[in-house]
Design a binder for this molecule. Structure first.
Ligand code: ATP
Length: 329
């Protein structure tokens, strides 16, 4: 796909895997609706004066970033508009009669009792199952069976998975880790490293530095680093999250960060605060999706109360960590 074609289409899917381009778009007041060509044309003279660059200059910089984004994208120019899940069967072999299409910028929660099949569903998506897993589910990308090079290639991953058990075994600092990842995406690490560390530190309670060895990070800090790294550097337009709740990080902010980057987010959770942040939730029983429930207006209104309760609990956790008494709540 030429950069000219990208120039005239909705950039949202491309922005998901192109943090430098996304940041440029945000900083230069190009976040409106329509293609980049339309957004650039819509800038007023006042806005251009504000930005300190003329239209031709902006176009030139955008062209360079589009070319870079295309090169770095997981499958050169491959953008995801939709991911479709076609039902298979539950653990008893009963048909899972559904077809569900998810689009970038959406959050879908996955809820259900322990052992009901939440992780299995995430794994089906990660593998882009084609009827070849125990659930017999099938996954379509942009309405079609994904080409096998997308399915099996390690470097062209469409899906990033953040799971509970994330231990680093490498001998590198947090800064080195980010730099390696940035370079593999063809990005300049100096532009993103401090941003990612800063963001990770906002998610985790106890700050760490660029020079901190990754093996010295706590569970919560590792998770925060991976989430910030995924949000800024991962080209994968689909993000799967398995149980973020016990990670010791600001989970609401983490979710907002991931979704801001226009990704398709699916999240297995037992946490009401997180579950209600999704537009819908898939209710799993006996290995099958039994129901799809849209988050209702009343539930959304309840979110505020849940946030207050959560803030109260977080405060108690903080006091506990500080060694304070909890005689008075
Ligand atoms: N439709 C299915 N057919 C056959 N096996 C299934 C199906 N769905 C799930 N399973 C199997 O059931 C087991 C439990 O599923 P899974 O680990 O996904 O549960 P979970 O909901 O994530 O549990 P937890 O909340 O404890 O993490 C796994 O071995 C999984 O492969």
């Amino acid at each position: 796909m030429s950069t000219d074609t990208l120039w005239h289409q909705d950039p949202a899917p491309l922005l998901a895997g192109a943090p430098a381009l996304a940041e440029f778009v945000r900083r230069h007041q190009l976040t409106g609706e329509g293609s980049l060509a339309q957004r650039l044309a819509a800038l007023s003279e006042d806005q251009l004066a504000d930005i300190g660059c003329d239209r031709a200059g902006l176009r030139q910089q955008l062209d360079a970033l589009l070319a870079q984004a295309q090169q770095a994208s997981p499958a050169t120019g491959f953008v995801i508009d939709s991911l479709t899940l076609i039902g298979g069967q539950d653990k008893q072999g009963r048909a899972e009669d559904l077809q569900l299409t998810l689009v970038p910028g959406s959050i879908t929660s996955i809820v259900g009792p322990t052992g009901s099949g939440k992780s299995r569903l995430l794994a089906d998506i990660e593998w882009m199952a084609q009827g070849d897993t125990p659930t017999r589910r099938r996954i379509l990308i942009n309405g079609a069976v994904p080409p096998s090079e997308l399915r099996f290639s390690l470097e062209h991953k469409l899906v990033a998975q953040l799971s509970q058990n994330m231990n680093f075994v490498m001998d590198a600092s947090a800064g080195d880790f980010i730099a390696m990842h940035a370079e593999s995406r063809g990005l300049d690490p100096s532009q993103v490293t401090s941003q990612i560390i800063e963001q990770a530190n906002q998610l985790a309670g106890e700050p760490f530095a660029v020079s901190t060895p990754v093996t010295a990070l706590s569970g919560g800090q590792s998770r925060a680093l991976m989430i910030a790294d995924t949000a800024f550097l991962s080209a994968s337009p689909v993000v799967l999250i398995d149980e973020v709740e016990n990670a010791g990080i600001d989970r609401k902010q983490a979710l907002q960060l991931l979704v801001r980057q226009e990704k398709i987010v699916l999240m297995a959770t037992h946490d009401p605060l997180l579950a209600l942040m999704g537009q819908q939730r898939l209710i799993i029983r006996h290995g099958g999706i039994q129901q799809i429930r849209q988050t209702s207006a009343a539930e959304r209104a309840n979110l505020q109360t849940l946030e207050q309760m959560d803030a109260c609990l977080q405060g108690l956790r903080h006091r506990l960590r500080q060694g304070d008494s909890l005689d008075r709540l």
